[in-house]
Design a protein. Structure first.
Length: 624
């Protein structure tokens, strides 16, 4: 038989390796992995344990097992014969220990008692029956150190004792015992197919070195090395984290409406009927109404608009006649949606009082005049406005004087309906229960806000459900205009000074979309009254992405955007939704500049607890 021939072959060393250890530590699985090349999944290993012993006669009846027993270690041909044993402490194993060349002593890294028994029971037994045989200490079931123990315990049999995280032994525990006993230490995992060859190759080396001391004349044993150190185990790649994107911030319609009642950072004063002053914001008015956009971009320098002077009137006798006809046409076009004088005070919202408009464009006049200083008369440019002028006005919140734009509205515009129009310009919504719908329609006609006029018509025709589509279109249109203002810096009232440049921004939009910014610009901080704020450790690309997210509610990536820095900035500004959106784009290390893994994942400039949020601006931002 071939099995007998191994003992007779010259220069072929037959090694008897006995494997011992407690029950259920993985002895038989380890032997099968070496002798039969058996591979098992973790859940197969978690099946109900039945004590078994791998039969030694497999080398006689199975040619494949015999072939796999043959190996070459350090240029020495060997035939490894593995002997399995029962783990019961009371069993008599003296026959298995007989004439053994090496003993592999196993314990489970998930069972501290099995390691304790190594010192108290197994090692003394080995030294009693085979005192000269070298011993190799092996920690089995290495894969459990990095496994999801909750899933493992669920997969085990119902009455099995669960594996606790505090029972998983670190490598240092096994090394301490091995050092105390003076024997080599290795770790294995049948599931990960790790350490199996290391254990038995070094067990063969230990046996050959022991044999070399007795059979010193065998020259082929001279080059056998001592048991080698084991390469560290590379833990399996963990599954990608499940990034739960939190709900986006609540509807941004409440905050803009709140700015009308509590006008933080207002830069426009709308004067109605010479006595009512309403504070507003350029960025909201101009991105919702083309008329306000043109108004605020108007050059207020004296005499630069090109309006007619008295000399121009005298030099052109036909000019007055032409201007008279132009103004009459202007009034005929715009008056088609005026409030009917015959409508009574309480019945102004009836369908009969609303007439269709033939106005289809921006009404422009050539006879705009100007006021002394930085201001202009607008009565001939639009029926909605009387004049516009820059002047020093008292801030309603800080009571400090600062430069504002004062716009005097036409006397026909009433405060109540005009506030409803402003609410639409800020939020895109119109309350169905508004009482003065006809006056609202009149103001919408004057300001050329035709979508609002259509919403009024829908309410009067009992078709208010159609206003939802108008509101959606309003937000899409304003989002595009806001992005344009961000790109060009139009109507900006604050400049962020960054590491690689500056970016202009708009305080009202930031206040209504970010609590951190609202605390900084609306609280008792220097930033609320300064036009320049220094942001350290921040790039333009990251700040631009944050501003676009705050302005539009959407996150748009760009090639020059460093996701790690963006997460740090978003975390710093208390924007968990943006942090999650950035994290869902894929692995961060590959997209960081230079493709180098970051040294520290969490920046010291992380967001503060909610209770400390009001202190965040002074702690995280420098003032210039």
């Amino acid at each position: 038989m071939d099995s007998d021939m191994d003992y007779e072959r010259p220069n072929v060393e037959t090694i008897k390796c006995v494997v011992v250890g407690d029950n259920a530590v993985g002895k038989t699985r380890l032997i099968c992995a070496r002798a039969c090349n058996a591979t098992l999944t973790q859940y197969q290993l978690l099946a109900t344990h039945v004590p078994t012993v791998w039969a030694i006669d497999q080398y006689r009846v199975c040619q494949e097992v015999l072939e796999r027993s043959r190996d070459v270690v350090d240029d020495v041909s060997v035939s490894l014969r593995l002997w399995d044993t029962f783990g019961d402490h009371h069993k008599d194993r003296r026959f298995a220990y007989g004439r053994s060349d090496v003993v592999v002593l196993c314990f489970s890294i998930a069972n501290p008692n099995s390691l304790h028994h190594v010192k108290t029971m197994w090692y003394p037994e080995i030294k009693h029956f085979c005192p000269r045989a070298p011993v190799i200490l092996v920690g089995c079931q290495l894969d459990l150190r990095y496994a999801d123990l909750e899933a493992v315990n669920r997969a085990r049999r119902p009455l099995a004792r669960p594996i606790k995280p505090n029972e998983i032994l670190p490598p240092e525990k096994g090394r301490e015992v091995a050092k105390e006993l003076g024997i080599p230490y290795y770790e294995t995992s049948v599931v990960a197919q790790f350490g199996i060859k290391d254990v038995f190759d070094n067990a063969i080396r230990a046996a050959l070195i022991s044999r070399r001391h007795l059979q010193f004349w065998k020259s082929h044993l001279r080059n056998v090395q001592r048991p080698l150190l084991q390469a560290p185990f590379l833990p399996p790649k963990p599954p990608p984290p499940i990034i739960v994107v939190p709900d986006p911030p609540s509807s941004s319609e409440e905050c803009p409406a709140h700015l009308l009642e509590d006008p933080l950072c207002a830069d426009v004063i709308l004067v109605l009927q010479e006595r009512v002053r309403i504070f507003a914001h350029k960025i909201y008015l101009s991105t919702s109404s083309s008329k306000f956009y043109d108004l605020f971009l108007m050059d207020l320098s004296e005499g630069e608009l090109g309006g007619p002077s008295p000399e121009d009137h005298r030099g052109h006798p036909d000019h007055h006649h032409h201007h008279h006809h132009h103004g009459r046409d202007f009034l005929l076009r715009a008056a088609s949606f005026d409030v009917c004088e015959s409508v009574e005070e309480g019945g102004g919202s009836g369908p009969a009082g609303l007439r269709a408009s033939t106005s289809d464009g921006i009404l422009r006049g050539n006879g705009t005049g100007y006021l002394p200083g930085r201001g202009r008369v607008l009565s001939s440019w639009s029926r909605a406005f009387v004049s516009i002028q820059e002047e020093m006005a008292e801030d309603p919140l800080t009571y400090k004087s600062r430069l504002m734009v004062v716009v005097k509205m036409d006397n026909s515009i009433q405060p109540g309906p005009f506030r409803a129009v402003l609410k639409y310009l800020y939020t895109g919504e119109l309350d169905e229960n508004e009482r003065d719908l006809m006056h609202i329609a009149h103001i919408a006609e004057l300001l050329e806000v035709f979508d609002l006029r259509m919403m009024v018509a829908n309410i009067l025709n009992n078709e208010a459900f159609m206003n939802q589509e108008i509101t959606k279109a309003f937000h899409v249109r304003r989002t595009n205009r806001v992005k344009e203002c961000l790109a060009k810096g139009t109507f900006s009232d604050v400049t962020f000074i960054l590491d690689d440049g500056t970016i202009s921004a708009h305080k009202p939009l930031l206040i209504s979309s970010c609590d951190w910014m609202a605390a900084m610009f609306g609280g008792p901080f220097v930033e609320s009254s300064t036009r320049e704020v220094v942001f350290p450790c921040t790039s333009k690309s990251c700040m631009r992405a944050v501003l676009e997210y705050l302005y539009t509610g959407m996150f748009t990536s760009s090639p020059d955007l460093d996701d790690m820095k963006l997460i740090i900035l978003a975390n710093r500004l208390c924007l968990p939704h943006l942090v999650a959106l950035t994290g869902t784009r894929g692995p961060l290390w590959g997209r960081s500049q230079g493709n180098h893994p970051p040294q520290v994942l969490i920046s010291p400039l992380t967001c503060l607890p909610p209770g400390d949020r009001l202190r965040a601006p002074r702690e995280c931002v420098d003032i210039k």
